[in-house]
Design a protein around this ligand. Structure first.
Ligand SMILES: C[S@@+](CC[C@H](N)C(=O)[O-])C[C@H]1O[C@@H](n2cnc3c(N)ncnc32)[C@H](O)[C@@H]1O
Length: 370
């Protein structure tokens, strides 16, 4: 249910649901061809849910030991891969077999090589860094009820700005989270810029723009727009480096500040909020959207890009992953496009277009006009 939908009246489970849930019916299905196939598929899907956490840990171990990189260099035996890891060869073989089963590696005559999916993993910018930092989320999710009840989490400390600008003052902490965001930004920028055309913008203000990766991608794609980044003071030096390295310093400027405490700079005809809203509570988001509305000229444009939930039709990426990730961060939440549209309307935005996504696990884009 989204915040906009009235709740449906509670109904008792229908006869079909009660039938499928009965042990006798399941036993019957296992014997009847046709039904047997459906029952087996359901069984496999349920088992995948049961085993999902273990699959993630296998992936985490593969990333941590850089096995995909080593197999990219040359196919190898488990003995060779085990050397220097402190893991016995037989256990390394078990890990590699698990990676074969998950479609990451291939195995031939006891030698392992990269499967297509394992190779693709190396080609996805930021994926390995994302997997690595998930150890923090997994520790929190070892007590999912605690996360659901809103108890303290380790992940919230990983992203200290969720507690306000002052919490994110340490440059090393800001550098750590900015690096992770920068590495994963390439796909987000690619998806966002394929959904909306920003070539005609005169100045784009990226609020919460982090280390500048989104503006750098925008600047590389379109030569017209001036680039303006707004983020916390601890993050600004990394953005300056990004622009210098991309040869964009002459087109780019940076305003350090907090959107909780400071006015947003004016002058941009387009504002972007990329992976910012889901970190914050509704009141903070509404205040930020109102501030963006004030900063924009009449007809100005706001692009919101971040992973969203499915609303009336929950989906795996938004509802079973990002919603729980945000919950573990404690302050924000993943929202459906409809919920963000409602907040945009309350902030004064009129024409709003859902620019959609082809990859909901990367981002989803909304395009609004003042
Ligand atoms: C999840 S990161 C996204 C960074 C970048 N937009 C991206 O997608 O890679 C959220 C960003 O919002 C910034 N941020 C959080 N609170 C802020 C505040 N009060 N004022 C300005 N920026 C803030 C953080 O420093 C961080 O760079």
């Amino acid at each position: 249910m989204t915040a906009l939908e009235p709740p449906a009246r509670p109904r008792r489970a229908g006869w079909a649901t009660r039938l499928v849930a009965s042990r006798r019916f399941q036993t019957f299905c296992a014997r009847v061809p046709g039904l047997r196939r459906i029952a087996r598929r359901d069984g496999e899907a349920l088992f995948d849910l049961v085993a999902g956490f273990v699959h993630s840990q296998v992936l985490w171990a593969v990333v941590e030991l850089r096995l995909a990189h080593r197999l990219f260099e040359a196919s190898q035996s488990a003995e060779a891969l085990a050397r220097g890891t402190g893991i016995p060869a037989a256990r390394m073989a078990a890990l590699c077999d698990a990676a074969v089963a998950l479609g990451l590696f291939c195995k031939r005559h006891g030698t392992y090589s990269l499967a297509r999916r394992g190779a693709a993993m190396l080609g996805v910018p930021g994926l390995e860094a994302m997997v690595s930092h998930h150890s923090v989320l997994y520790r929190d999710l070892s007590d999912p009820l605690g996360v659901l009840r809103g108890e303290e989490t380790e992940l919230a400390r990983f992203w200290p700005y969720v507690f306000g600008a002052a919490a994110a003052e340490a440059p090393d902490v800001a550098a750590r989270y900015s690096r992770l965001m920068t590495e994963s930004q390439a796909l987000v920028a690619e998806e966002t810029l394929s959904r909306v055309d920003l070539s005609g913008a005169s100045e784009v203000l990226d609020v919460g723009g982090g280390a500048g990766a989104f503006l750098a991608a925008l600047g590389a794609r379109h030569s017209g727009p001036h680039l303006h980044l707004f983020d916390l003071p601890a993050v600004a030096p990394a953005a300056a480096r990004t622009f210098a390295e991309a040869g964009l310093s002459a087109r780019a400027r940076i305003t350090p500040g907090s959107f909780r405490d400071d006015r947003l700079p004016e002058g941009a005809d387009t504002v972007t909020l990329v992976r910012v809203l889901y970190d914050h509570a509704d009141e903070t988001v509404l205040a930020l959207l109102r501030a963006v509305h004030t900063a924009l000229p009449e007809g100005g444009r706001l692009i919101v890009s971040e992973p969203m939930t499915g609303g009336a039709a929950p989906h795996r990426a938004g509802d079973a992953y990002f919603a729980f990730y945000c919950m573990a961060m404690r302050t924000g939440r993943a929202r459906s496009p409809e919920e963000i549209v409602a907040l945009l309307r309350r902030a004064g935005f009129g024409r709003i277009r859902d620019a959609g996504t082809t990859r909901p696990f990367v981002t989803h884009v909304l395009d609004a006009r003042k």
